[in-house]
Design a protein around this ligand. Structure first.
Ligand SMILES: C[S@@+](CC[C@H](N)C(=O)[O-])C[C@H]1O[C@@H](n2cnc3c(N)ncnc32)[C@H](O)[C@@H]1O
Length: 277
């Protein structure tokens, strides 16, 4: 897919997904986000940049960790995600959290060497060129600073993965053509090393996507995530056939009325060495 088109589809798709995102994904993403927070080890007073922040499931724990003497800057491609962070920061009285819209691949608003920690939880898979985003994270880190990235794991370990071919068969170009690439083998760690990160640590972990019934599984997959833009444009008949195909693909994970779908994450941490220019 043309990279600019992929980015636009993601931007406006996540705008649509924003109100439904946490209901569909919060529980199942927690193992990756917890590992990312543990690897990040944010300390009081630090300056943190949270890329692809979404509704703030990682941003706000980071803000708690740094406290008011620190600063958390949250960025996302989607205006609606950024607006939800700004509203939630105000509701929590967190003046040390600020947010603005930015593509993780091009952080031109952010000065070189200005953060102690850069995080990106479950965002890199949506970038047409994730190496650029990893390079940008390296650029904006101070020497000695850390980056932590979490991505979905290997395709065959993610029981919900057929959502992509099911949607792609009904649109002109693939929604996220390389979605599982970074989570396959040691690809994410290797990309980090190529960008200059050292002391790389990597964890592969499992999760379960729990849905109480067909509707909850369908809404998470089609409405609360990366295919929301394509799905919104389907007519009713196309929606029905796509949903039926998706339910057939997750049938092996059905129990009673609900589902327990397996998933996998890879979380990597790296350091920008003190000597790096
Ligand atoms: C699965 S959500 C993750 C949100 C949050 N980090 C979390 O852990 O809950 C993916 C987020 O990536 C954002 N995103 C997608 N492509 C992006 C890009 N190129 N640059 C920045 N954010 C992007 C989406 O708008 C969405 O908010």
């Amino acid at each position: 897919m043309n990279p600019r088109l992929q980015t636009r589809v993601q931007r406006y798709g996540w705008d649509k997904a924003a109100p439904y995102y946490e209901a569909g994904w919060k529980d199942s993403l927690a193992p990756a986000q917890d590992q990312l927070l543990e690897f990040g080890a944010a300390a009081t007073g630090e300056d943190i940049l949270d890329l692809a922040c979404g509704t703030g499931l990682v941003t706000f724990p980071l803000a708690d960790a740094v406290g008011p003497s620190g600063r958390v800057t949250a960025t996302d491609l989607s205006d609606n995600m950024v607006d939800s962070i700004i509203a939630e920061a105000a509701r929590r009285g967190m003046a040390h959290v600020n947010a603005f819209r930015a593509d993780a691949e091009n952080l031109h608003e952010v000065e070189d060497q200005s953060f102690d920690l850069v995080t990106c939880a479950l965002g890199l898979m949506y970038c047409p060129d994730p190496a650029k985003a990893i390079g940008e994270a390296f650029r904006v880190l101070r020497p000695g600073g850390r980056a932590v990235f979490a991505v979905w794991g290997a395709r065959n370990a993610c029981g919900w993965a057929d959502i992509f071919p099911i949607v792609d068969a009904r649109v002109e170009s693939d929604v996220c053509p390389l979605f599982f690439r970074l989570g396959t083998g040691e690809t994410l760690a290797a990309e980090m090393a190529t960008s200059g990160f050292t002391q790389i640590q990597s964890e592969r972990l499992n999760t379960i996507l729990p849905y109480s019934d067909d509707r909850a599984a369908i809404d998470a997959a089609f409405v609360g995530g990366p295919v929301a833009m394509a799905y919104a444009r389907f007519d009713d008949g196309t929606k029905q056939t796509a949903e039926a195909e998706y339910l057939a693909s997750i049938a092996p994970f059905k129990f009673d009325l609900g589902y327990r779908i397996p998933g996998e994450f890879v979380v990597c941490r790296g350091v920008r060495g003190e000597q790096s220019a």
